[in-house]
Design a protein around this ligand. Sequence first.
Ligand SMILES: [Zn+2]
Ligand SMILES: [Zn+2]
Length: 336
Amino acid sequence: MRPDTPADHIAEAERLLRTADQYPQDQEPLLLQAAAHLELAGERGQASSLYDRLLASENPEHPLLVKAFQAANLWEYGHEAEARALINGIQAAAPTEAAPWAIIAETLENHDELEASHECFSTALTLLLSEGDEEVPYATRSLLSGRHRVRRMLGLPHDEWDKTADRVHADHTPDVTLDELHDPKRLWALGSDNPAELRAEIARLHSELGSYRSALSRPFPVAVLHWPEAELTELLEAYPVLENEYPTHAAHLTDIEASLRDLAATGTENLGIVTATVPSYEAFAASEQSSPANADLLPQYATTLAARGRAAAWPPARGAACWCGSGSAYRDCHGA
Ligand SMILES: [Zn+2]
Ligand SMILES: [Zn+2]
């Protein structure tokens, strides 16, 4: 379902822009995601215009996040001075959200400004990481991991935050340690004499690092669709063919939890659940000039809801209410 070619990215960006016209109240997350697709298609100028459009709009919800994306994008296509000015502005504004910090720190890192990147990550963690946080939130984990990576490249010894980064990483991705992943020697030792081995190792490193970085620079969750029971009943009465997708409501709920756990186990970060309703699904099908009975629309509908900022983060805290709406704690319900 993830687009790959430049043409796919442009088509997806156009779809998101159409959705933004339909739902002006959700314009910001939709335009940000459209801009991400334009960047991936190499259309950096168009992406830049979308960021400017958001910054010029009445009340941008996350102006510093938009500026951070704009800085990363501008530097990538040769506008270094403008990018630096934006980065300085964001640092001076000291946002209390992780994402703008992570994006500017990574941008500095990508352009080999390791000291400046390190400083940025450290300032952000000083602001955002509280002592004794039981569960480090997803966005803050990216900061811990990024700082750990930059410190290894700078040859600095482990400090307390590095130890926290190692521990948090091990809780979420047990198959490879953060130290192994961020070991600069692994990169330097790539002068192997076996080209096939070398290529395989580089590909492995890329995919590992890529999953961190893409998760970080695209703070949009991979979302799974959840139909509350009454909505599912109504859906299946209107479009019985969808019973192939959803044999029973209980099975649907079990599937949601199982899919999310699978995604998490294979290293997908930033997961979420979006709640479906029949009227909004019908409106979506109409906007795609298709029938709601077409099951191929379901994943696109989920992506669009997530792009509109409608996803609830998964997993919930163990003691919080389960995502299914049963009223029980997650640990006693689908988290059991
Ligand atoms: Zn470490
Ligand atoms: Zn539940």
